[in-house]
Write a protein that binds this ligand. Structure first.
Ligand code: ATP
Length: 227
């Protein structure tokens, strides 16, 4: 699905990686390693300084950016909702493309485990966890193939983190999404991911099955990061 060939950008040096359809990839590592920069390359929030990225066999730079961002939807740490109701936020993307059916609202809300009557609520009156669910529903409304998650639960309390993780697990499985997530939460990495990329000072120092990486790190850098 994705192939990075000698990609450099800002802090990132010579990144080579491949991600297959349906994989659940965790990007983790110390603060400032370049994790967000790497995530932003997947839907062209940033473009490489050098090297090439292929998406489904075609150069990422040849994609029409709005179409690409519909296919590869990003959910950020703090939900960026615009003022208005839950429904207005959710239907915005598909309405622009003339692809909105009113009955989808309830389905989307049920995916993120919010009651149907929430559709008429003002987003400014929702809790942080509820806003993050609406943010997820808004991304899902575009029917993405890839979900890009940038520390989606870091602003939430433990109970809400677990609820959002459950939502993510279900919707990724039901919609057979490819997930690429940056997280500092290693328990979350193990719960939601199957492949890990350990990034330090702009380089991928270790990759493989996430549970193996966390249990038996092979590089000294990962060992000391986990210690
Ligand atoms: N285009 C760029 N050119 C030069 N430096 C950059 C560029 N983009 C980001 N940086 C710098 O690279 C460093 C890594 O940024 P990034 O946000 O990707 O790290 P991170 O691993 O996500 O960090 P954190 O865990 O703290 O969020 C930062 O110091 C940032 O200022």
């Amino acid at each position: 699905m994705y192939s990075f060939q000698n990609v450099s950008k800002g802090p990132l040096q010579n990144i080579n990686l491949s991600i297959e359809t349906g994989e659940k990839v965790i990007i983790f590592g110390p603060s400032g390693a370049g994790k967000s920069t790497l995530l932003h390359l997947f839907n062209r929030l940033q473009d490489p300084d050098s090297g090439e990225i292929l998406f489904n066999g075609k150069s990422l730079s040849s994609y029409h950016i709005p179409n690409l961002r519909t296919q590869a939807g990003l959910v950020m740490q703090a939900p960026h909702l615009f003022p208005g109701t839950v429904l207005e936020n959710i239907k915005y993307g598909p309405s622009l493309r003339g692809k909105w059916r009113e009955k989808e609202a309830e389905e989307l809300l049920s995916y993120v485990q919010l009651p149907a009557e929430y559709k008429n609520r003002d987003v400014n009156h929702l809790s942080g966890g509820e806003q993050q669910r609406v943010s997820l529903a808004r991304t899902l409304a575009n029917k993405p193939d890839v979900l890009l998650l940038d520390e989606p639960t870091s602003a939430l309390d433990q109970h809400t983190i677990e609820e959002i993780e459950e939502v993510l697990e279900c919707l990724i499985q039901e919609n057979q999404l490819t997930m690429i997530m940056v997280t500092h939460n290693l328990r979350q990495a193990k719960r939601l991911g199957d492949k890990g990329l350990f990034l330090s000072e702009g380089e991928i120092l270790e990759s493989g099955p996430i549970s193996t990486m966390l249990q038996n790190p092979t590089t000294e850098s990962l060992q000391s990061f986990l210690a």
